[in-house]
Design a protein around this ligand. Structure first.
Ligand SMILES: Cc1cc2nc3c(=O)[nH]c(=O)nc-3n(C[C@H](O)[C@H](O)[C@H](O)COP(=O)(O)OP(=O)(O)OC[C@H]3O[C@@H](n4cnc5c(N)ncnc54)[C@H](O)[C@@H]3O)c2cc1C
Length: 432
């Protein structure tokens, strides 16, 4: 690349970076997108394996509550690119969407690749505006310096490339480096100390929408029997409930999975922020499962007490309450012999089975991460308060949300919002 500064370097070609590039290119800015990986949007493509849940159909004021204490800040970006706008944007790329039974919104073909292909084509060959230039296998290595003259300020960035280190000069930098999960897809969270060195406040990345490790009594993890026979087995239509020390409660019906190390699955992901924070505060998180949520406590007790004759307890519970092998294995795992033989305790446990979560599974396995660039370190345009001209967007910002399309929605919306901030910044820089 020449020594003339480029107007804007977008680093990170995930959904946040690509959306930022789209806004800037449409405004006639020459955008250069850099990414460490050989191809763009690898995590976006992975999301396509699960059907690519793009957004959610619930009303905007409910939608924004999914961002918890960051609801107000995220609403600021989301109102500029809400669910209708996301659907229109996909349609503009030739991708129809539909609202699923759970109100989640997906592309009709439930795939990410056709959407990404059409998007890249439009970015490279826009009907109006400047084509986006992509520089793959360019890993920003943390080197960044800012030089200021009386008329202008420029950034010097350094990238590791297959041809050795390359320097790039630019008027503004938009970072969209992702969180820290699934590092092999490119977002490895290595940027955390680099931004701290620039005086940008960063909360450590931690797993969100993640699985958990469990302990049973004094033993870490499931018994050999449960692990070998039931790891990978789903528990369908159970209710998971938990409460933290501050009295925040979670209770929802859904599906989860017994794993080699503990538990995971959509229901567990939905409870994961509460459980993770509780483990951080107290060392463990207590949750309860209702294995038969559609029955009253009286009905369960009556069925447990029903004379079982010569039948084993397992076949009795299977025939009276349709409890499956995995339910029975959990009851055996978590109850004492005495409790199993006491109808009152057994009936209570079927609807109130205690499981102790002792830790999250590693960040790399999580669907997303919490933590990242603190929103207080950025102004309303997502520009660093301490280092003007440096913007950030996407999952690398300090917000979190459950699965349900909220993650991609916020990444797309924040990419767009930050790009608008860049336009304001560049315009102001020209005239000052
Ligand atoms: C299995 C799975 C399924 C998912 N399914 C869904 C779903 O259905 N719906 C949903 O809403 N969300 C889903 N998500 C989450 C969603 O994919 C992410 O939140 C989203 O991709 C984050 O977008 P981003 O642009 O912020 O970061 P990323 O998509 O992570 O992109 C960041 C980019 O930055 C690049 N990069 C990082 N560091 C550097 C560097 N130093 N130099 C150069 N480049 C760098 C990376 O290579 C990467 O291309 C899923 C996630 C997973 C793991």
């Amino acid at each position: 690349m020449s020594n003339t500064p480029i107007p804007i370097a977008v680093i990170g070609a995930g959904p946040a970076g690509l959306m930022a590039a789209e806004v800037l290119s449409a405004a006639g800015i020459s955008v250069h997108v850099f990414d460490a990986m050989p191809s763009v949007g690898r995590k976006f493509l992975l999301a396509g394996i699960g059907g690519l849940n793009l957004t959610h159909a619930e009303p905007f004021d409910v939608f924004t509550t999914r961002f918890g204490e960051r609801a107000t800040a995220c609403a600021n970006w989301l109102q500029g690119f809400n669910k209708e706008a996301i659907r229109d944007w996909a349609k503009g790329l030739g991708i129809d969407t539909f609202v699923g039974s759970s109100q989640r919104i997906f592309p009709t073909d439930m795939k990410a690749a056709p959407l990404l292909r059409a998007w890249l084509h439009r970015l490279r060959h826009p009907a109006q505006g400047e084509p986006v230039r992509f520089h793959m296998r360019h890993r920003w290595n943390g080197h960044i310096t800012r030089s200021e003259t009386s008329v202008t300020s420029t950034w010097q960035l350094q990238f590791d490339t297959p041809h050795g280190p390359q320097s790039v000069q630019t008027n503004a930098v938009l970072l969209a480096l992702g969180g820290g999960s699934w590092a092999r897809l490119g977002s490895d969270g290595a940027w955390q100390p680099w931004l701290r060195a620039l005086q940008v406040d960063v909360a450590p990345l931690v797993p969100a929408n993640c699985g958990f490790e469990v302990s049973v009594g004094s033993r870490k993890g499931w018994s050999e029997h449960l692990r070998t026979k039931f790891a990978g087995t789903p528990l369908k239509s159970v209710v998971l409930s938990c409460t933290d020390a501050q009295g925040h409660t979670f209770s929802r019906k859904g599906e989860m999975v017994i794993t080699e190390h503990g538990i995971e699955g959509n229901l567990v992901y939905a409870a994961s922020a509460l459980l993770r924070d509780e483990i951080a505060h107290t060392g463990h998180g207590q949750l309860h499962l209702n294995l038969r949520p559609d029955f009253s406590a009286e009905h369960v007790l009556a069925e447990v007490r029903y004379p079982r004759g010569s039948r084993s307890l397992s076949s009795h519970l299977k025939s009276r309450l349709n409890l499956q092998a995995v339910h029975l294995a959990l009851l055996h795992e978590l109850l004492s012999k005495d409790a199993l033989n006491d109808p009152l305790q057994l009936a209570h446990a079927i609807q109130h089975l205690p499981i102790t979560a002792t830790g999250t599974r590693p960040l790399d396995e999580a669907i997303s991460s919490a933590g990242g660039v603190k929103l207080e370190a950025l102004d309303d345009t997502l520009m660093s308060r301490h280092t003007p001209g440096l913007f950030a967007a996407g999952e690398m910002l300090d917000w979190e949300a459950p699965t349900g399309g909220y993650l991609l929605s916020a990444c797309l919306a924040s990419g767009r919002h930050a790009a608008k901030g860049v336009l304001t910044y560049l315009n102001a820089s020209i005239w000052t």
